[in-house]
Ligand binder design. Structure first.
Ligand code: DGP
Length: 157
C-alpha cells in the first residue's frame, strides 16, 4: 500500500467509492470521471505502478475480472454492444493514478465524439460530485447485479 496513492486510499476506506465487485485480490469500481456512462476501473489490491510488477497470475486475474465486468455491463441497463479495454502503463502513457488499473469502457456505437469530449472535459465538476455519485450508484447497482459471485482464476485456487 502507498500512503499517497488515491486508489490505495480507496482500498483503505479513506475515500468514498462505488464498487461493483471485490475479492481478496482485486476491486472493480466506478470511474469518478467516466468517459462514457458505466466506465469501470479494475485494480489489484497490491500497490504497483506497472503491469510488469504484477505476477502473471494477477494479470490473468485482472483480465478475467475485466471480461466479467464487460459482460455485466452488456447485460445491465447500459445495454452496450462493445467495449474498450485499456491500461495507461506509466506516466509517459498518460497514467494519472500510479496504481495499475484496467479501464473497462462500455461503447454503444456512434459515441466516439462523446467519449473524446468526456476525455478532455471530465475533470471539470460541471454537475457536482453529489449528483454524480448518485448517478454512479444507480449504474453500479445495475452492473453489480450481473457480476459473478467470484472470479475464477489461478489466484483463487
Ligand atoms: P489514468 O488516466 O489511466 O491514470 O486513469 C485514472 C482514472 O481514475 C481516471 O479515469 C479517473 C479516475 N479517478 C481519478 N480519481 C478518482 C477517484 O478518486 N475515484 C474514482 N472512482 N476514480 C478516480
Amino acid at each position: 500500500m502507498s500512503a499517497t496513492c488515491i486508489f490505495c486510499k480507496i482500498l483503505r476506506g479513506e475515500l468514498p467509492v462505488t464498487t461493483v465487485y471485490e475479492d481478496e485480490f482485486s476491486l472493480a469500481f466506478m470511474d469518478l470521471y467516466p468517459m462514457r456512462p458505466g466506465h469501470v476501473l479494475v485494480i489489484p489490491k497490491e500497490h504497483h505502478v506497472s503491469i510488469q510488477q504484477l505476477s502473471s497470475q494477477m494479470r490473468f486475474h485482472l483480465f478475467e475480472l475485466g471480461a466479467a465486468v464487460a459482460k455485466a455491463q452488456t447485460e445491465s441497463e447500459l445495454q452496450c454492444k462493445s467495449h474498450n479495454f485499456f491500461i495507461n502503463d506509466g506516466p509517459e502513457a498518460n497514467q494519472h493514478v500510479p496504481h495499475v488499473h484496467l479501464h473497462v469502457l462500455p461503447r454503444t456505437g456512434a459515441d466516439l465524439h462523446m467519449a473524446l469530449f468526456s476525455f478532455v472535459s471530465r475533470y471539470n465538476n460541471v454537475f457536482g460530485v453529489a449528483k454524480k455519485r448518485r448517478q454512479l450508484a444507480q449504474i453500479a447497482k445495475s452492473i453489480e447485479g450481473h457480476m459473478p459471485k467470484q472470479i475464477m482464476s489461478p489466484l483463487m485456487e
